[in-house]
Write a protein that binds this ligand. Structure first.
Ligand code: C2O
Ligand code: CU
Length: 493
């Protein structure tokens, strides 16, 4: 069965038994890898462009970085300073923008702040990324850039302002990860489309903020706790249900979930394992074999998949919710993309189980210096907002001060009854404890975005280096972020 316009975007159908079964798409369009930029000076123009997203019918009008969705993939070796100039040529009514390089370590004024250092309509801003930490080159990482404007992040990302940024590995002793066209960045992100292939606008009648900073609440449609920008069509590198021709060799897949809200529990249709080698923030100390990889909004995984022995087969990457009552049961059920496995080829990759991962901060303080409680603040008469430590985001309020050069130990708690994905700017962190236990093996590298289930507690540590000024901590479910679940911490001299 071909892609039915009438069924567009509907990825689940009623099964015979009344349950919901995934509709298997036919994978009619090739995967597109976004254009690559490698220079020290990069210029990206934010502008409206027509983008091929669905296999049939008109292209989709999106807000893009330089005419493509995702925007160009920037690839730079760690330690090589990179300046990215973003020009705002979006329609005036889009307003001011702010571009954040998620995962990178850079100065506060280059962080893509939600309310300051904005890129006004018609203007531009140059972001300076030295790609160093404390005088040393940043380790190989898989970052991404996206809009971060206060109250509008979900809308601006939905419209298309997202792209990938790869800090390439220095020569690694004893390890050869797949390279070239066997190193594939995959941005997974969902949207909903109207019959004319244009994006729906879940924000048209968005909730309105009432009250003032520190005591605000959102009322109206999609106000907390029902705000969830869930799309019905999953795109990979901007295209619905693409396929990729691969040789029967190992491939490195850099998986990113850039959806506003949904999480995916990724598996292969034939049970083929993932060898997870990194978090997106650097290599893991040891490669981990996994049959499913759960990714929430903002999270990445660096995995190697071996297609050896599968010549002639079609392997589908899909998201299957975990068993009810277990971690990942809230992931959505959907097909993602297809790999068409061709002939064998020479495979020079080499993967020992121990990897040269970046050093983790040590020693760590035994005392927690800051607890961040993620919750829902409900007011009977004034509506509700997502909160951190009982407060809605206020860009003028400093919620914590961390001293430059010191190591801090932070704790996250979730007192609400839904899962959140906690993201911290400025530094890469070591995960110390998850619910009082050592973290799972895939959480033992550097990290910047954590899953936090209801009732869970996670403790992390990092050293604050190089830069002072305001930075953000927030939930990466963009509706939650826009509706209060963000806080500001300042690194002080
Ligand atoms: Cu990916 Cu503060 O964001
Ligand atoms: Cu959240």
């Amino acid at each position: 069965c071909k892609f039915h316009p009438g069924m567009r975007g509907v990825l689940t159908v009623e099964g015979a038994g009344g349950g919901v079964a995934p509709e298997r798409p036919t994978f009619d369009q090739p995967l597109v890898v976004p254009p690559t930029r490698r220079g020290a000076e990069i210029r990206l123009v934010m502008r409206r462009a027509l983008v091929r997203t669905l296999p049939d019918g008109p292209r989709t009008s999106m807000w893009t970085y330089d005419g493509t969705y995702p925007g160009p993939t920037i690839r730079r070796r760690g330690g090589r300073g990179t300046r990215v100039t973003i020009v705002n040529r979006l329609p005036r009514e889009a307003g001011s923008m702010s571009t954040h390089l998620h995962g990178d370590h850079h100065a506060s004024q280059h962080d893509g702040q939600p309310t300051t250092y904005l890129i006004r309509p018609g203007a531009s801003r140059t972001y300076d990324y030295p790609l160093t930490v404390d005088g040393r080159a940043e380790p190989g990482s898989f970052f991404w850039y996206h809009d971060h404007r206060m109250d509008r992040t979900a809308r601006n990302n939905w419209r298309g302002l997202q792209g990938m940024f790869i800090v390439t590995d220095p020569p690694l002793s004893g390890v050869r990860l797949p390279t070239g066209d066997r190193d594939v960045p995959l941005m997974i992100s969902e949207r909903s489309f109207r019959a004319d292939n244009q994006l729906t606008d879940p924000f048209a009648d968005g909730p309105e903020m009432v009250g003032h900073h520190g005591q605000m609440a959102w009322v109206g449609p999609q106000a907390p706790p029902d705000d969830a920008t869930v799309g019905d069509t999953v795109l990979v590198n901007g295209r619905y249900a693409p396929y990729l021709d691969v040789t029967a060799t190992r491939h490195r897949l850099r998986l990113l979930n850039s959806s506003p809200f949904s999480s995916y529990n990724l598996t292969f249709s034939d049970g083929r394992p993932f060898l997870q080698v990194g978090t997106g923030s650097g290599l893991l100390p040891k490669a981990v074999v996994r049959t499913s990889v759960l990714l929430g909004p903002g999270q990445r995984a660096d995995v190697v998949v071996d297609f050896g022995g599968a010549t002639g087969q079609r392997v589908v990457l899909e998201s299957v919710p975990a068993k009810p009552g277990t971690t990942g049961d809230d992931a959505r059920e959907t097909a993602v993309m297809e790999f068409r496995v061709g002939d064998r080829a020479r495979d020079p990759s080499r993967l020992p189980s121990r990897l040269p991962s970046p050093a983790l901060v040590s020693p760590v303080p035994s005392k927690v210096s800051k607890t961040w409680t993620f919750g829902l603040h409900d007011e009977e008469h004034h509506g509700s907002f997502w909160s951190i430590n009982g407060k809605a985001f206020d860009p003028g309020r400093v919620d914590h001060r961390a001293r430059l050069g010191t190591v801090e130990r932070w704790r996250f708690r979730n007192t609400s009854d839904v899962t959140h994905y906690v993201h911290i700017h400025a530094e890469q962190w070591r995960t110390l404890l998850r619910d009082g236990q050592a973290p799972p093996p895939w959480e033992r590298g550097l990290e910047d975005t954590w899953r936090l289930e209801p009732g869970e507690e996670v403790e992390v540590a990092a050293r604050f280096t190089d830069y002072t000024g305001p930075f953000m901590i927030h939930c990466h479910m963009l509706d939650h972020e826009d509706h209060g679940m963000m806080a500001r911490f300042d690194v002080v001299p």
